[in-house]
Design a protein around this ligand. Sequence first.
Ligand code: C5P
Length: 234
Amino acid sequence: MSYQPAFWGVVPAAGVGKRMGADIPKQYLPVLGKPVLQHTLERLLSVDALSAVAVALGREDGFWPDLPFADNTRILLAEGGKERADSVLSALNRLAGLARSDDWVLVHDAARLCVTRSDVLKLIEQLQHDPVGGILALPSSDTLKGVAEGIIVDTVDRNHVWRALTPQMFRYGALKQALAEAAELGLKVTDEASAMELKGHTPRIVEGRPDNIKITRPEDLPLATFYLEQQCYA
Ligand code: C5P
C-alpha cells in the first residue's frame, strides 16, 4: 500500500498581544463565554483529518489549565519562543518522531478564532496533491499605498496583492528546514510562506473567507463575536 501523508495542526499561542492593551494575553480573552484559544482549537479539532494539534504556549502561561483540553489526546503542548516563528518551530519539533517528512502541517494563529471547518477542508482539498503547499489568502479590496514618513511614495497594483491568512499548509520536513534556516540567518519571517519563499519554493494561494480575522486590536473582539454568531446560522 502506498504511503498517504498525514495532516497535523500547529497553533502558535505564545504571544502577549501587546496591541490589545489588555492585562491577559489576547488568546485568552473571552468571546461568547469562551477564551479565544478554546474557540480556535475546537474548530481545528472538528477537522477529523488532523491527527493531532501541537500548541505552543508561553513559558509563563497560567491560563491553559482552565481550558478543557487536559485529557484530549489530539492536543500536544510545546513551549513557545521569542517570535511567532520560534513558537512554530518549537511546535514542529514537538511533532518529531510522529510526523513524517512528507506529512502536511497546517499552521494556524491562535488569534484567528473564526476560522471555519469548510475553509480548512478547502485548503486541504486544493493543496494535498501539490509538492509545496500554500496558504489561505484574501485579495485586497482596498487600493494599497507605499508610504514613507507619512507620505505616499507609490500605489501598489492591488490585482497583485493578497492578504496572507492562516492556516498555512506545508510539508513537515520542508517547513521545519525553512524556518530553522531563516532563524539561523537571523531573518525575520512573520508567516510560514515567507520562510518557504526564502528557500525558493513557490507556495500557492487558496482564497479564504473574509471573516477569518485575527484578533489584534480591542475593536476586533465585537467583530469576532458578530462573525461567530452569524456562522451559527450559516
Ligand atoms: O502578534 P500576532 O498577532 O502576529 O501573533 C500571531 C500568532 O502568533 C498569535 O496566535 C500569537 O499567540 C502567536 N505568537 C507566538 N509566539 C510569539 C508571538 C506570537 O506563538 N512569540
